[in-house]
Design a protein around this ligand. Structure first.
Ligand SMILES: [Zn+2]
Ligand SMILES: [Zn+2]
Length: 323
């Protein structure tokens, strides 16, 4: 029926036939486009556009100036028998107090005490908070510009060869950094830093490492300091983390920063390139994996971390938008 009509139409006038077919085509394509909302059908869209529509939420961060920094030098060589080399690089004059064999339970109670009423701003306050439940202590004065290493050795008279089998009731070493000057405690929000350090001994040979670092705030909160993972880029690692001493090889890729509330630690000097475009500087931290590998532009396109493929729950920038 339709075919006979078309043939008759063609015989009547080929030009009229062509214009009718063309009009029908326009109407059909108009209907199809209208159906998809004048948009390109889903299968033709490329994946990048799809991802940019779904925004990863940005975590609100507060920058806090952290006057403290403590790291272990030559981790492999540290042991209870030979001692441990601590390197601190502080923004103000500090007191480094090392407590050997501090009781685990008392330490965590002390952190709770700090949160409720009893602020730990001085070594004396810390000792009161842990009820003197440690084996021995050593104290060092750290000058503002001083970056020297302190060798911390368990004194012979303590008569301790090891801290017993796991699970243990005492941490091998707790290093407390506090501000030496009374006035400085008014300037900085963070009043002390507690580093819990594992040191290998005869009964537990796990290599030496910092287990936890807590930043204690003057207002009573305390935060667990977390590391950010950046791609190992030899040209930039020394620039970015001077506070880590010579960058203990495998850990040269780490930059220290608080997870919940961050210390700025000169992020603008980052010269690392974004691992995606290799062009702009890395600026975004992805959570929860803490990989720091994307620039301001590329971060828009990723719902999964390009380094570990983990889904990105939240993200935050190291530095605000540049003018
Ligand atoms: Zn990029
Ligand atoms: Zn990741």
């Amino acid at each position: 029926m339709a075919a006979a009509f078309l043939v008759a139409l063609y015989e009547y006038s080929p030009l009229f036939y062509i214009s009718v077919v063309f009009v029908c085509f326009l109407i059909t394509s108009g209907l199809v486009m209208g159906w998809f909302g004048w948009d390109v059908p889903v299968i033709l869209r490329n994946s990048e556009e799809t991802e940019s529509n779904v925004k990863v939420s940005q975590r609100q961060m507060r920058q806090v100036k952290n006057p403290f920094s403590l790291d272990i030098k030559n981790q492999a060589a540290a042991s209870v028998a030979s001692g441990i080399m601590l390197v601190s690089d502080c923004l103000a004059d500090c007191l480094l107090t090392c407590y050997w064999g501090c009781r685990v339970q008392k330490l965590h109670e002390a952190l709770q005490k700090h949160a409720c009423c009893f602020r730990i701003k001085t070594p004396q306050a810390f000792e009161d908070a842990v009820c003197d439940e440690y084996l021995c202590r050593q104290q060092y004065h750290i000058k503002k510009t001083d970056k020297e290493e302190k060798l911390c050795v368990l004194p012979g008279e303590a008569l301790i060869a090891d801290f017993g089998p796991v699970p243990r009731s005492r941490y091998p070493l707790v290093a407390l950094l506090t501000l030496a000057d009374e006035d400085n405690r008014e300037i900085y929000d963070i009043v002390s830093m507690v580093s819990i350090i594992h040191i290998p001994d005869e009964s537990y040979t796990l290599s030496c490492r910092i287990l936890y670092q807590y930043l204690l705030l003057a207002q009573g909160q305390f935060h667990d300091l977390k590391q950010l993972f950046m791609s190992a880029n030899s040209s930039a690692s020394s620039v970015l983390s001077p506070s880590l001493g010579e960058g203990t090889d495998a850990h040269a890729l780490l930059k220290r920063a608080g997870l919940a509330e961050d210390e700025p630690e000169a992020p603008e000097e980052s010269t690392r390139d974004c691992i995606v475009c290799q062009n702009r500087a890395v600026n975004w931290v992805l959570l929860p994996c803490r990989h720091t590998c994307l620039c301001d532009e590329c971060v828009k396109y990723f719902q999964q971390c390009p380094m570990c493929r983990q889904f990105v729950g939240e993200s935050f920038p190291l530095s605000g938008p540049k003018e």
